[in-house]
Design a protein. Sequence first.
Length: 471
Amino acid sequence: MRITYFSNSQRFLYDFQHLIRAFYPGAEVKFGYGGDIHFEAYFEETKVFLKFQTQDKTIQKDFVLVSDEHESKRIFGRNLYDLLKQETKRELPWGILTGIRPTKIVYPLLEQGLNDEQIYNFLQKEYYISEKKSKLLLKVARNEMNILNRLEPSSACLYIGIPICPTKCLYCSFSCHEMTRQVKSLIGMYTDSLICELEKTYHKIEENKNKIVAIYFGGGSPATLGIDNIKRIFVNLFKNLKIEHIQEITFEAGRPDTIDEKLLKCLSEIKKDFNLRICINPQTSNDNTLKIIGRNHTFEDIKRAFEQANEYGFKNINSDVILGLPGEDENDYKNTIEDILKLSPASITIHTLSIKRASLLRFKWNEYEFMDEETVNNLLDWTQFILEEHGYIPYYMYRQKNMIGNFENVGYCKRGFEGLYNVMIMQEKHNIYACGAKAVSKFVYEGDRIERVFNPADIKLYISRILNLKI
């Protein structure tokens, strides 16, 4: 099915695109005219005219916006949603919500002192969010607020990005470099560049009078730098930062093909003095699916990585799982959750598969079968039930573009093992200093204004800019 849309204004254009895509998953949606289905939005001062057109019929709808831009955005979304619901006979659990940080809309409601029922009514009336999602949203928002309320305004995070992996996964859209011979030859210079950028960043942190409370080594797979380079970065960090402020360090150990005793021994030394959180990410326990998504390991390798981590005394371990992977059915996913629970990680992050524009999966979509949206929705409900039954609480949430069913990603943890960085990066209340290729720093100013600073995604370009080299 080919769907086109046109608007005479940039106003609410993202919401316009997003809702159409959400109601017609898998369809080709493009700006312009023609197509099996065509949508138009015309803005004339405070009035909006919506049009839905097929070969057989045309439906038009008009409504009036108000002076408040946020309220106008919701009015536009609700009217478009009503039209889409009428034509598709479908409803979306998250209603008109397009933002990736849904808990941010609940914070003001809690600060106003609204009770649960009033908040549910607001979410359902203003955003068309279902009762189940409204309850989950409020639960997560309260847990996030409990974490944020413990922080000083001067608290900040430091992200260290290593966008390199042994292989690239089918679903991945990050500008992640596979460990080719050429990339391997750049590892030393990449580490030099990171340390150089970090040393410049320390001055900015001091200038802003920030206290780094959480450090996150992300990727890719940070372990691809090698033990000696990882040690160099840690030495540099602890030499320059005020370590008494650091409440959490997270290291994405990630895939078992990058986890070995040398890495665990190195990290265990850091763990003696800091709350060190490591991530061992299976995504699935189905060996056939692991092959499909481009992982060169089995679930037995994941279990061995857990055993080794336990031997070195790691208690704060996170595991990522993806719901909706190609070829998997309900039983495959439930088996994965049950297998992960046997490993007893401190936290489990549930991602709903997102078909990202730059991923290999987008170009191979037709080669696989996927769960339908109703099954995914039911499994999300089942996941919440089974994890809470095992003592895990939902403590942070975010959403992505092009997710199956327009659903959500939720981080669950055992009480006391909340990932501080995860909450801070999502809520955008504190500065985030980010170093490395494709890293994005965020600076928060009065009035909730946020400025972003982007690093180059390509590691050769990143190295050349930081070290002023031609490579």
